[in-house]
Design a protein around this ligand. Structure first.
Ligand SMILES: O=C[C@H](O)COP(=O)(O)O
Length: 428
């Protein structure tokens, strides 16, 4: 467990020059045209130049490369996931070969930014499907294909890792029973053991989590922004396991997706508004501090007699999954939301930007439970400055749900228009 514990949210000095990853990024981008082709083939989506370069060198893109992602899992027990799923799904192979062990998806983003779905969409419309049914068929195909790729990891870990996560319709984010029904339906139609049904941690959906878990369905609880809501999520998981009536709980698992960078984005703005030196000093430190405190809660809740009784039936801990790990403020270290949150039985889902940075210059060391009293000090100092953590959580949740709903609605509108145009052209 070598390595130093990075300071919480140390901002990059103004005169530090190019980002540490820039030479590598530049090399990757200037690499043989094959690397460029790899990137361009992805229907306009930028993929990791680091992984693209490794894959291009190896030809078939699926040769195992030792990276810090392997070390992260083998040395620290943290599972690196890839926060991006789009077609062709086989493009995940080099990521898996480079140490990625699971995937989180955003189908709305994937479908709206790629033409790789056009062929299947046309077939579905010609077969008489409406736009929304066609949307789900596109999504389900990607998820099933990705589940197949991660199945070896799922099997090797006896169902502990190797998951692919897919969300229920964001239109149901405030509908308890609608979410339960949608989760059951999605689980049934995907029909893969290693799928996580993603449910938002809204006040209305916390009871849905309990019911879905009680039905033996594994869940990725998403959009968690506060410690208070996180506690309710853990309770829903425990309640669900207890209510399931299953004698073997080993295949009902869950991750709790705690969003990180968005917390800093909002709190930094609030601190800048206050504007005093005391308020400006902790900018870039709130998100990691809160995440470390969440991990302390995790340790507390997954111990003691209640938890031990579930362990006897094979229950697995609901792992904390760090989401929203890409740095939004270019003044901060680009591994800010990965390096300080490394610890056993956790997941870090990273988009290409964060993956590249971590593979290039991330530090593999146990950090999640280091500097906890410093994190607690930051948490209460922010409270004293007037930051209401629950309110911050509510605002971010509201923004997150609205943004997911907005992009879902606008994709469906454009699929409807596209579908109508196809029908007209085909005289359907
Ligand atoms: O992992 C979480 C989501 O993909 C959102 O990430 P984001 O906050 O960078 O948009």
């Amino acid at each position: 467990m070598a390595g130093t514990v990075p300071k919480l949210a140390a901002p990059r000095p103004a005169a530090a020059g190019p980002l540490p990853s820039q030479p590598l990024r530049a090399a990757a981008l200037a690499f043989a045209p094959s690397a460029r082709r790899f990137r361009v083939s992805l229907a306009g989506r930028a993929r990791s130049p680091v992984i693209a370069m490794a894959s291009a060198k190896e030809g078939n893109g699926a040769v195992t490369k030792r990276t810090t992602l392997h070390d992260l899992y083998e040395q620290q027990g943290q599972s690196p996931w890839y926060d991006n799923l789009c077609r062709p799904v086989t493009d995940l192979l080099p990521y898996i070969a480079n140490g990625v062990r699971g995937v989180t998806s955003n189908p709305t983003k994937a479908i709206s930014s790629s033409n790789a779905y056009d062929g299947q969409f046309k077939e579905l419309i010609s077969a008489g499907k409406d736009a929304e049914s066609a949307y789900w068929e596109l999504v389900i195909k990607d998820i099933q294909d990705a589940c197949k790729l991660f199945e070896p990891i799922y099997d090797e870990t006896d169902g502990a890792d190797g998951y692919v996560s897919v969300e229920v319709s964001p239109r149901l984010a405030n509908d308890t029973q609608g979410t339960v029904e949608a989760a059951k339906w999605l689980h049934k139609v995907v029909n893969r053991p290693n799928v996580y049904i993603k449910i938002p941690a809204t006040a209305e959906c916390v009871p849905s989590i309990k019911e879905v878990i009680a039905n033996g369905i594994s869940v990725n609880v998403t959009l968690i922004f506060s410690v208070a809501r996180y506690e309710a999520v853990i309770d829903a998981y425990l309640d669900g396991l207890e209510a399931s009536g299953l004698s073997d709980l080993s295949r009902v698992t869950s991750v709790a997706s705690f969003f990180v960078s968005r917390v800093d984005s909002l709190i930094d703005k609030m601190l800048e508004k206050i504007g005093t030196p005391e308020a400006l000093a902790p900018r870039g430190k709130a998100a990691v501090a809160q995440a470390k405190i969440a991990n302390q809660l995790y340790l507390k809740k997954f111990s003691g007699p209640r938890w031990e009784a579930l362990v006897k039936k094979g229950a697995k801990k609901q792992r904390l999954l760090w989401a929203s790990t890409s740095v939004k403020n270019p003044a901060y270290l680009d591994t800010l939301y990965v390096d300080p949150l490394i610890g056993p039985d956790t997941v870090s889902t990273m988009p290409d930007q964060a993956l590249d940075a971590f593979i290039d210059h991330g530090t593999v060391a146990r950090t999640i439970d280091a500097n906890v009293s410093e994190a607690e000090g930051i948490y209460s100092a922010l409270e004293k400055l007037g930051i209401d953590w629950e309110e911050v959580g509510k605002q971010l949740e509201h923004e997150g749900v609205s943004s997911f709903k907005g992009s879902f609605d606008s994709l469906l509108t454009s699929l409807e228009e596209k579908g109508n145009a196809l029908k007209t052209a085909a005289n359907l």
